[in-house]
Design a protein around this ligand. Structure first.
Ligand code: ZN
Length: 221
């Protein structure tokens, strides 16, 4: 079933969710915690629309031997077509911001990486992209380089991100993406995860927040 992005006031965005463009290693400390080099240009990959689920409902961490790992990330909802755009023009296409968990089968990803294969089986499976409702940004001043977000499990802080620490800041990242993939209304961009990734437990209380903009208490089954 198609996934329709929603805003925090309950309004549904007019288009179904499209592709989800993600960036790997956009925070230096996270790159290092997984033993990766810090990249000189964004490492991009795409999750299909079929991987999206609503994070305001309990999420299923998927039953596999190793389970799934979470990566909490700032998510941007795109409201108009962006192709080969400048950083400032690309930013104007953002209509919502929220948080996503870029769920990853880390053991599968490690195997794929070792073989030099694409990551889709590790990151594009059904349910691999839980998304919060989006904060509408039209008519609001948002400083994209000064947003703080957090992810807590059972009341314990697991990840804390500050967009000032991104290797490729929001405007540059969107511009760079738009030179490879045209972004369409309903597409979502995940901007990378800070350090603190780990295994997502079952039956846990999950809390996600962006400054004073967004607060969501949810759970895993
Ligand atoms: Zn990620």
């Amino acid at each position: 079933m198609a996934f329709a992005p929603r805003f925090i006031d309950g309004k549904v965005f007019g288009q179904d969710l499209g592709k989800i463009v993600c960036v790997g290693r956009n925070y230096a400390r996270h790159a290092r915690e997984l033993g990766n080099e810090v990249p000189t240009s964004p490492i991009l990959f795409i999750k299909p629309a079929s991987s999206a689920v609503d994070l305001s409902k309990p999420i299923d961490p998927v039953r596999t031997a190793d389970g799934v790992h979470y990566e909490a990330e700032l998510a941007l909802l795109i409201g108009k077509r962006v192709s080969r755009a400048s950083p400032s023009a690309a930013c104007e296409a953002i209509v919502g911001m929220g948080l996503a968990l870029d769920l990853t089968h880390r053991d599968v990803q490690d195997e794929l990486k070792a073989k030099g294969h694409p990551w889709e089986r590790a990151k594009g499976f059904d349910g691999a992209c839980p998304l919060t409702p989006f904060v509408p940004v039209k008519g609001r001043f948002i400083d994209w380089s000064d947003l703080r977000f957090s992810f807590d499990i059972n009341g314990e802080l697991c990840q804390r991100g500050h967009t000032a620490q991104m290797l490729f800041p929001v405007d540059r990242l969107l511009s760079e993406i738009s030179h490879s993939f045209t972004l369409e209304p309903g597409d979502v961009v995940l901007t990378g995860t800070p350090e603190g990734v780990g295994r997502l437990p079952r039956g846990a209380r999950l809390t996600l927040a962006i400054d004073d903009w967004l607060f969501l208490d949810t759970s895993s089954v």
